[in-house]
Design a protein around this ligand. Structure first.
Ligand code: ATP
Ligand code: IP8
Length: 266
């Protein structure tokens, strides 16, 4: 099983409001089509929030439940994310990939912002039919905070906890995790020994973003590595990068090797 998250910085115009990059989405669909016979039934795609996931919470004042919010507007995050995943499903369908949209607030809840309960029975049935589940971050109902805006980067953990996932691939608009602000050298390997140090190098997004850019991405993938699933963060500016990012023993970008937690050390 593979989980691929396509960054919102690649497939939307992230600084705008609900603005999809239709050309890029189609390019991704064509690349998935190339590997479809091999990977069908074993792939889940997670869409980054981009100009949907990061634009809507600001427009409707639903970024934090501790700020004034209007119950009439609570639905807007999910409504817009469903519009987003439905649009991508339509384009994938036009390119001949059978797929199905899954909206995250209906299959998971959080507690103080962390994953709490989830039920992916429907997604498992979809995979058995060789249909590609397409999902994303969302507003989640939260046991402590009423609701949170739950990043798409947090969604692969749901699957790593539910299946034996071989690799989680996160495609974004940079080549990997950079060592400095100059954006020149990337970290090739994150492991159990160096991940704390590397977390200090990862910062916020340089675009409109409510969920914490590279830092949240790396935190999410470290939780997954601690479950025994390896992860890759690499550039998806060329959608063809998806193929080595999934299959190669020496994938592009930053590789996060899997480790198992010992007691409370992770
Ligand atoms: N050390 C770092 N190395 C690389 N990128 C970094 C680092 N620190 C912060 N960043 C920022 O993180 C950004 C990538 O995260 P971002 O969340 O914007 O992308 P995305 O995942 O493609 O979008 P979305 O969250 O909408 O899916 C980079 O463009 C860069 O601005
Ligand atoms: C997707 C939603 C709802 C929030 C933003 O998520 P991200 O940009 O994918 O981190």
């Amino acid at each position: 099983m593979y989980v691929v998250k396509i960054g919102g910085s690649l497939i939307t115009h992230k600084d705008e409001y609900c603005s999809p990059n239709l050309e890029e989405i189609r390019r991704y669909a064509k690349v998935v089509k190339k590997i479809w016979e091999d990977i069908k039934g074993n792939l889940i795609i997670v869409l980054g929030g981009g100009s949907y996931g990061n634009g809507v919470p600001i427009r409707y004042n639903i970024k934090n439940s501790d700020q004034p919010w209007d119950p009439l507007d609570l639905q807007m995050m999910t409504i817009k994310m469903f519009e987003w995943i439905s649009l991508v499903c339509r384009i994938f369908r036009e390119e001949g990939i059978p797929c199905y949209p899954f909206q995250a607030s209906s299959y998971c809840t959080t507690k103080d912002g962390d994953l709490s309960e989830y039920n992916i029975a429907a997604i498992k049935e979809c995979l058995k039919l060789n249909i590609l589940p397409i999902t994303s971050g969302d507003l989640t109902f939260d046991k402590d905070k009423i609701f949170v805006i739950y990043s798409s980067d947090n969604i692969p953990e749901v699957f790593a906890r539910s299946f034996r996932v071989k690799r989680v691939v996160t495609l974004t608009d940079v080549d990997g995790i950079y060592t400095t602000n100059q954006m020149k050298d990337i970290i090739k390997l994150v492991n159990k020994d160096n991940y704390r140090e590397i977390l200090n190098l990862a910062g916020d997004s340089n675009k409109q973003d409510v969920t914490g850019g590279m830092k949240n991405k790396l935190r999410a993938l470290i939780r997954i590595a601690a479950l025994g699933t390896e992860c890759v963060i690499c550039s998806g500016k060329d959608p063809m990068n998806l193929i080595p990012a999934i299959y190669s023993q020496t994938p592009p970008g930053t590789f996060i090797s899997a480790w198992e937690c010992e007691g409370s050390s992770c």
